[in-house]
Design a protein around this ligand. Structure first.
Ligand SMILES: C[S@@+](CC[C@H](N)C(=O)[O-])C[C@H]1O[C@@H](n2cnc3c(N)ncnc32)[C@H](O)[C@@H]1O
Length: 280
């Protein structure tokens, strides 16, 4: 496994993923009952943007770099930008939080976090980051397998973020589908959010088609293209498939996605979409 998220932390795909994740978590914590957050591919939890990896690609400049210091941030993005600012209390942008850290901020003392990361170095860093947080369990193991072993959680409420590195390219879609089917068999009422890259929309169509055929009754797909998908070797956009989304999340995302497109577009052909693949 070669993937290191530090090269990509804070890029447009992270901004999309993490702003959608916060919208999802906020909708879930609006209900009083405790929940359990699962992160199958958690990463190291926080990334220094002035270190070699992030500096080499500079991807964050067209992501969080466009938002952090901005004055005219559209209202739907305020929540996300404030969460990133909270990780940079000295004012300058230096730290980009990963999904576990953002989730930990958004959750309450009564909630739990189960964080899986397969790469040893990343898992050790994640364990160190959460050492003093009694809500969090860090597992240095395969996140897909953990879903089988740990489901359903005692709380019977909560979101599962599935955010693999897609090193297997299109093959990863089949792996996600299989994981979602197994997860549904054990915990049909969980909320599942699976991130995916979009090089060409054509390659995403089978995934949408399969998920529109079951097993979940309600499936929403949110997507952002920062440029048209006519350059098949580039990451032109990304999406989040959400099974069992909380009530009214679609309305929140309908406001968030155009704001993301406006702020993150890399060409005039940028676009966003939100559609129910099944249900509603
Ligand atoms: C895209 S990054 C995760 C980023 C993180 N979710 C975030 O938003 O900050 C994918 C991570 O998955 C890890 N990984 C790859 N295969 C895995 C597996 N089968 N189980 C758990 N982690 C895995 C990689 O080491 C990498 O850190």
């Amino acid at each position: 496994m070669n993937y290191r998220h530090a090269f990509h932390a804070g890029n447009f795909a992270d901004v999309f993923k993490h702003s959608v994740l916060l919208a999802l978590l906020d909708a879930l914590v609006a209900k009083d009952k405790p929940l359990c957050y699962f992160d199958t591919h958690a990463g190291r939890g926080r990334y220094a943007l002035d270190e070699i990896e992030a500096g080499k690609t500079g991807e964050w400049r067209d992501g969080i770099g466009r938002l952090f210091d901005g004055r005219d941030i559209p209202a739907p993005l305020h929540r996300y930008v404030e969460a990133i600012r909270a990780c940079n209390p000295e004012g300058a942008l230096r730290i980009y939080p990963g999904s576990p850290l953002l989730a930990a901020q958004a959750l309450r003392p009564k909630d739990r976090l189960v964080l899986c990361e397969l790469q040893e170095g990343e898992a050790v860093a994640l364990q160190a980051l959460f050492r003093d947080d009694p809500r969090a369990q860090v597992h240095a193991r395969d996140g897909y397998m953990a879903l089988n072993a740990l489901f359903p959680p005692a709380e019977r409420r909560g979101p599962v973020l599935i955010d693999p590195p897609f090193e297997e390219q299109e093959g990863e879609f089949a792996t996600i589908e299989a994981a979602l089917r197994r997860a549904h068999a054990r915990w049909p009422n969980g909320t599942y959010a699976a991130w995916y890259p979009i090089k060409s929309r054509r390659t995403v169509a089978p995934f949408h088609r399969h998920m529109s055929g079951g097993p979940f009754e309600n499936v929403l797909a949110a997507e952002l293209l920062v440029r048209p998908d006519d350059s098949p070797l580039r990451l032109n956009g990304c999406g989040m498939l959400i099974a069992n989304p909380p009530w009214k999340l679609d309305a929140t995302l309908a406001r968030l996605l155009p704001a993301l497109r406006d702020m993150l577009a890399q060409s005039t052909g940028a676009s966003e979409s939100l559609c129910w693949l099944r249900g509603e």
